[in-house]
Design a protein around this ligand. Structure first.
Ligand SMILES: Nc1ncnc2c1ncn2[C@@H]1O[C@H](COP(=O)(O)OP(=O)(O)OP(=O)(O)O)[C@@H](O)[C@H]1O
Ligand SMILES: [Mg+2]
Length: 330
């Protein structure tokens, strides 16, 4: 067996609550240097909350209530805000799902890029400008010299998103949290940005947590996948293993809901009957049981633990051994 490198990020039993409700519940995963882990699941499953919790960016109503986040010898779950600020945008960057509000409306693009670079590197003014221009070009922004002098309101939403990506990547972080980074962008630019992320991971060993609805992107980019349902990881393992034979009924349905062959780009996961319970209002036992075609009475009695099935895959389902036989047809 090839030796497994020590993880750069080690998340254990991460739980986030909004009031009494756990919208992220005991989530654990590791990220190795240069590895891409895709976090997938329907809307409201807790993907963004997981990413935001990692960097201490939870919205006001949400609190990190349990768990540890091991990163470069520290537990980010217990790090005071000033120390966290030194890591954010430097060793660990995040690209938000929603670009509005993540750029400062009162600063030019150039000043915001320079601020990010200055905060973490000692570079001359010329070097900062050169680096900023190179990053803007790399994310497909035309006339980068002109853009540097512009304010966010003068740019389209897609362009703001690309500026944000450029800022996040310019720091050459050890980990990149990318929350639907390319959803708002057209396919050409999307491909360009995914290529950029691939290069970063290959050349700099950046580890990437990639949140996406697009299973084509998962197949193209990710080494491993973690499937979230109702705040919990229900199945995780290497992409090939899980795509070839999902062992959780939810994963099977997610994959089935993806258009086959090449009719990308949009593959929304909306065809599973029912919906994710609102706001962490989970049923007893397995949270997927009310929507699950394989549920039996025992499933609603106790919540299944995420258990290793085979060498590399973990799944939280009492019926995982019949999923392939019953739901295998795609
Ligand atoms: N700012 C907020 N205040 C209160 N509740 C929120 C807030 N943002 C999200 N939630 C709730 O937290 C839960 C998890 O949401 P989260 O945004 O993490 O889902 P997601 O998996 O990222 O979904 P999507 O695919 O739509 O981005 C949901 O029940 C959601 O309604
Ligand atoms: Mg989200």
């Amino acid at each position: 067996m090839t030796p497994v490198p020590a993880p750069v990020l080690s998340v254990r039993d991460l739980s986030v609550a909004i009031g009494a409700r756990r919208v992220v519940d005991e989530v654990s995963f590791d990220l190795a240097p240069g590895e891409v882990l895709a976090l997938v699941g329907e809307s409201g499953c807790g993907k963004s909350m997981t990413a935001l919790a990692l960097l201490g960016l939870l919205p006001g109503a949400a609190r990190l209530v349990a768990g540890s986040i091991g990163f470069e010898g520290k537990d980010l779950a217990r790090l005071p805000e000033p120390a966290m600020r030194a890591i954010r945008g430097n060793r660990a960057s995040i690209v938000f799902q929603d670009p509005s509000g993540s750029l400062d409306p009162l600063m030019t693009v150039g000043d915001q890029m320079a601020e990010g670079l200055h905060a973490h590197h000692t570079l001359s003014r010329d070097a900062v400008r050169g680096r900023s221009l190179a990053m803007l070009r790399a994310v497909g922004i035309s006339e980068p010299e002109r853009r540097l002098a512009q304010y966010p309101f003068e740019l389209s939403g897609g362009m703001c998103q690309r500026v944000m990506i450029a800022i996040a990547l310019a720091a050459e972080p050890a980990i990149l949290l990318a929350d639907e980074p390319t959803t708002a962008l057209d396919v050409t630019i999307q491909a360009q940005i995914l290529d950029l992320m691939k290069a970063l991971r290959r050349e700099r060993g950046t580890a990437i947590l990639l949140i996406t609805h697009d299973m084509g992107v998962v197949a193209d980019m990710a080494d491993r996948v973690a499937v979230m349902y109702a705040g919990r990881i229900v199945e995780t393992g290497p992409v090939e293993t899980i795509f070839a034979a999902p062992r959780h009924p939810y994963t099977a349905l997610l994959l089935r809901s993806v258009p086959r062959l090449d009719d990308r780009p949009k593959s929304e996961m909306t065809v599973i009957e029912g919906s994710v319970p609102a706001q962490g209002d989970w049923p007893p036992g397995c949270r997927f049981a009310p929507r699950c075609p394989l549920a039996e009475p025992a499933c609603t009695a106790a919540q299944p633990a995420l258990e290793l099935v085979g060498d590399t895959r973990a799944v939280a389902c009492r019926r995982h051994d019949v999923v392939e036989a019953v739901m295998g047809e795609r």
